[in-house]
Design a protein around this ligand. Structure first.
Ligand code: HEM
Length: 218
């Protein structure tokens, strides 16, 4: 029997990839207040494609025995991202012009592929984004409010505000229990860890592409 809970393995065995994403130039510049609001607007726009993939797929997986228990309406970020984008662009014009960077399209594509063929792989992507948003995401919100003057938990940073999750620490505990109860054998759990590492790498690639786009002003 494996004494280490799966949720602990997932965290420790993806830690190096977390550090890589966290320490990427784009993230450190964003958090260090070295980027203009345009970079934040671009980042938020790319997240829209990621969460459209996560949440359109989530709707279809709600009854899946493996992925279903993780899919919760209280986590939904797409409506919040849309409110933030309306604020950041001043109106809904972004809908006609927003395009996914190739790295973002690859990331969203992988999420949809997992959702269609491998629900456990979708769980890896779900964990990587939502548990991160409930954790380090709060640091990003705080910096964004201070750097670009958004109202506390208001328009522009609603993506980071989980009104339906009043106690994030308790929510994360419950989430880890769900991870520990995944009905999967050892080989499949190993594959989920690998997919989580891939999910982090896809985020890092998206940050790198954003960094280049911002530098080029493209
Ligand atoms: C957890 C910070 C970026 C995914 C955490 C925690 C912190 C943190 C402090 C631990 C919270 C706790 O123990 O409850 C940050 C900071 C980031 C950042 C400052 C950016 C500068 C990211 C990114 C992702 C991510 C880009 C993925 C896309 C996660 C996940 C966890 C986590 C999945 C939960 C780990 C677990 O407890 O199982 N982050 N993070 N983080 N972060 Fe990040």
């Amino acid at each position: 029997m494996d004494a280490v809970p799966f949720s602990t393995r997932l965290r420790t065995e993806s830690r190096d990839r977390h550090e890589e994403a966290e320490q990427s130039a784009f993230m450190s510049d964003l958090l260090g207040g070295r980027l203009g609001v345009d970079a934040y607007r671009r980042y938020t726009g790319q997240l829209w494609f990621v969460y459209r993939a996560l949440e359109s797929a989530g709707d279809r997986l709600a009854d899946d025995p493996v992925a279903g228990p993780f899919v919760r309406p209280s986590l939904a970020r797409l409506p919040e991202l849309e409110r933030d984008l309306n604020h950041l662009y001043g109106d809904g014009s972004w809908r006609a012009t927003l395009t996914a960077l190739p790295a973002t399209a690859a990331y969203a594509g992988r999420i949809l592929q997992c959702a269609a063929t491998w629900p456990a792989g979708y769980v890896a992507h779900h964990y990587t984004r939502y548990l991160g948003d409930l954790s380090g995401g709060q640091i990003i919100r705080d910096r964004a409010e201070k750097t670009w003057g958004f109202a506390h938990k208001g328009d522009g940073v609603r993506f980071y505000v989980f009104a339906g999750v009043p106690n994030p620490a308790a929510y994360k505990r419950r989430y880890r229990e769900l991870l520990d109860a995944l009905p999967l054998d050892d080989l499949e759990l190993r594959r989920v860890i690998d997919e989580c590492r891939r999910a982090f790498a896809l985020n890092t690639a998206m940050f790198r592409a954003l960094e280049q786009a911002v530098a080029l002003g493209a």
